[in-house]
Design a binder for this molecule. Structure first.
Ligand code: FES
Length: 250
C-alpha cells in the first residue's frame, strides 16, 4: 500500500443518499481492480480531520479519471485534495471460464459490485444482480444495461430462484456488517442445497467491507473467523471476498 494524493474534479448527486465523485489520480491508481479500494481523508483540512480514513470504492476507471461512489459521513467538493492510501484489499476472485455470474445484495447498496459488473459484462459474462431490502433504493440507471436486475425480498425467494442458482458459475453475496453472519450463512446453505455439485474454490463468496482501522493488516480489527486457525483472514489485506465455505459462522 502506498500514499498518494487525489484531486476532486467533479461531484454529482445520483440519488437521495448517494453521490459520485470524479478524482484525478496518479497512474498507479488506474490499475485498481474490482474489489480494491482507497483509504481517504482530506489533505490538511483546517480545523477538522476525521479520526479514521474512509474506504472509497471505484465504480468506473478511465484514463486520467477514477470515479467513486459515496454515501459517507463527509463528502468532498470540487477542488478538494485528498490523502490516499491504496490499494486496499485484493481483486475479487473470478472463477476461470466464468460465463454466468450471480450477484446478491441484501440491505446494502451494490456499489462494491458496480466496477466488477461493468468489467465482466464488457467481456461477455452474463450477470444477474439481485437487489433486496435497502439495495432496492439503488438508482438502476447507474447500472450497465447488460446487467439483468431482479428485485428480491428479504423473506421470500424471488421467482425462479432455483433456476438462477443452477445457472450460475459463481455467486457473490453482499450484506452490511451487522447482518453478514446471518446472510452469508443462509446463502451458503441455500447454494449448497441447490448446487451440491458446486465444490470449486470461490463458487460462493461473501464480501466483507467492515469499517477499517489501520487498513494495512496491523491491528486485527477486520479479522473474519475462518476454519484455518493458523492464519487469520483480514478483510483489509485478504479481502473483501472470502470463500464462504472457509468462514466459521458463530
Ligand atoms: S483494519 Fe487493521 S488489520 Fe485490517
Amino acid at each position: 500500500m502506498r500514499a498518494s494524493q487525489a484531486l476532486v474534479e467533479r461531484v454529482r448527486q445520483v440519488s437521495a443518499d448517494l453521490v459520485q465523485a470524479d478524482l484525478a489520480v496518479e497512474p498507479a491508481l488506474m490499475q485498481l481492480k474490482a474489489g480494491q479500494g482507497l483509504l481517504v481523508r482530506p489533505h490538511q483540512q483546517v480545523g477538522w480531520e476525521p479520526y479514521l480514513r474512509e474506504l472509497w470504492l471505484p465504480v468506473d476507471i478511465r484514463p486520467g479519471r477514477l470515479t467513486v461512489e459515496l454515501s459517507s459521513s463527509w463528502l468532498p467538493v470540487p477542488g478538494d485534495v485528498l490523502d490516499v492510501l491504496s490499494p486496499v484489499g485484493r481483486p475479487i476472485p473470478v472463477r476461470p471460464r466464468l460465463q454466468h455470474l450471480l450477484l446478491i445484495t441484501e440491505d446494502a447498496l451494490p456499489t462494491p459490485f458496480i466496477l466488477l459488473a461493468r468489467t465482466l459484462s464488457g467481456g461477455g459474462v452474463a450477470i444477474t444482480l439481485v437487489l433486496s431490502g435497502l439495495a432496492a433504493r439503488y438508482p438502476l440507471e447507474l447500472l450497465s444495461p447488460e446487467v439483468e436486475i431482479v428485485r428480491g425480498d428479504l423473506d421470500w425467494p424471488w421467482p425462479e430462484q432455483v433456476q438462477t442458482l443452477q445457472w450460475a458459475d459463481q455467486v457473490l453475496v453482499l450484506a452490511p456488517h451487522y447482518r453478514q453472519a446471518e446472510v452469508y450463512a443462509r446463502w451458503l446453505d441455500r447454494v449448497q442445497q441447490v448446487r451440491p455439485d458446486a465444490v470449486a474454490d470461490h463458487f460462493v463468496c461473501g464480501l466483507f467491507y467492515d469499517r477499517l482501522a489501520c487498513g494495512a493488516g496491523a491491528c486485527g480489527a477486520c479479522e473474519v473467523p475462518t476454519r484455518d486457525r493458523d492464519k487469520p483472514w483480514l478483510a483489509c489485506t485478504d479481502g473483501p471476498a472470502v470463500d464462504l465455505r472457509k468462514v466459521m459462522f458463530l
